[in-house]
Design a protein around this ligand. Structure first.
Ligand SMILES: [Fe+2]
Ligand SMILES: [Fe+2]
Length: 278
């Protein structure tokens, strides 16, 4: 099973810039074309929040328009730049459960996908409150033996990028307690930081995917400033097999061409054949 993860698309209406020269609508279009062209194609795409620039209905309409060209199921969840009501209204076909938060579990593939909503309305930081932890515990208890990805926007660990950590996930201890008890959780997937980052959390691997819009500079010192760098837009491809589990690749949206391979670089099977001949 192959899952493409995009995040932090910060989509604006077509032709509107996120900041001078930064066309997040076009950037997402390019990312979707790259994903669509992957061979083999992913079975599923997930988008881990900050789907739009400001959570406006017209931005969700633009996002819907872009996603309509992708012939692949797509699961969404909100980030701090989103608006729950507008997102729910624009995408009534997402598997949202009823209630205040945008939560769901999907069992259509060999890997189960569980989505949490880490948004605190009107605030940049995130929270997974006791109620959402209880929902997660109950949901994970329903399928204890199926490999499961849990995904939400705000990463549950300190990244070292001080500006972003100041708007991180509030006290993740309740979440850690729940995830730590459910050994079928093979990965926690997040966004929000706009860089590829990996660590361990509650006994499982946790990662942040790079953004399709802009990347945040690697500043491990200054909590008061942030660099929106021109590092290349990227996404992640999570490849699951029963033998190897979930293996994650970072893929750049742009294709950069290739070098001529030196003649003495040979495949393992070619070297083996040569050894047998000699
Ligand atoms: Fe973001
Ligand atoms: Fe965010």
């Amino acid at each position: 099973m192959r899952i493409a993860q995009i995040t932090d698309m910060h989509v604006k209406r077509q032709g509107e810039m996120l900041t001078p020269g930064l066309d997040s609508y076009a950037a997402l279009g390019a990312a979707l074309r790259r994903i669509d062209g992957l061979d083999p194609r992913p079975d599923l795409m997930v988008a881990t929040g900050d789907l739009t620039a400001d959570g406006k209905p017209e931005e969700y309409a633009a996002l819907r328009d872009l996603l309509s060209g992708l012939d692949m199921p797509c699961l969404l969840l909100p980030g701090n730049h989103d608006n729950r009501e507008n997102l729910r209204d624009a995408f009534p076909d997402q598997p949202w459960e009823d209630g205040q938060f945008l939560l769901y579990a999907v069992d259509d593939w060999p890997v189960r996908i569980v989505a949490l909503d880490s948004v605190v309305a009107g605030k940049p930081h995130g929270e997974i409150c006791a109620g959402r932890c209880r929902w997660l515990d109950k949901t994970l208890s329903g399928q204890p033996d199926k490999p499961t990805i849990v995904m939400f926007h705000h990463p549950p660990f300190v990244t070292g990028i001080a500006y972003m950590d100041a708007m991180g996930l509030a006290d993740p201890s309740g979440l850690a307690e729940v995830i730590g008890r459910h050994k079928q959780v093979i990965r926690v997937l997040c966004g929000h930081i706009h860089r590829p980052i990996q660590t361990m959390f509650a006994g499982t691997a946790a990662s942040v995917a790079p953004a399709t819009s802009f990347q945040v500079g690697l500043d491990l010192i200054d909590p008061n400033s942030i660099l929106l760098t021109k590092e290349p837009p990227a996404f992640q491809l999570h490849n699951w097999t029963p033998e190897s589990g979930l293996v994650s690749h970072t893929v750049y949206v742009e294709e950069y061409g290739s070098w001529v391979r030196p003649a003495h670089y040979k495949s393992a099977s070619a070297l083996e054949a040569e050894a047998e001949e000699n």
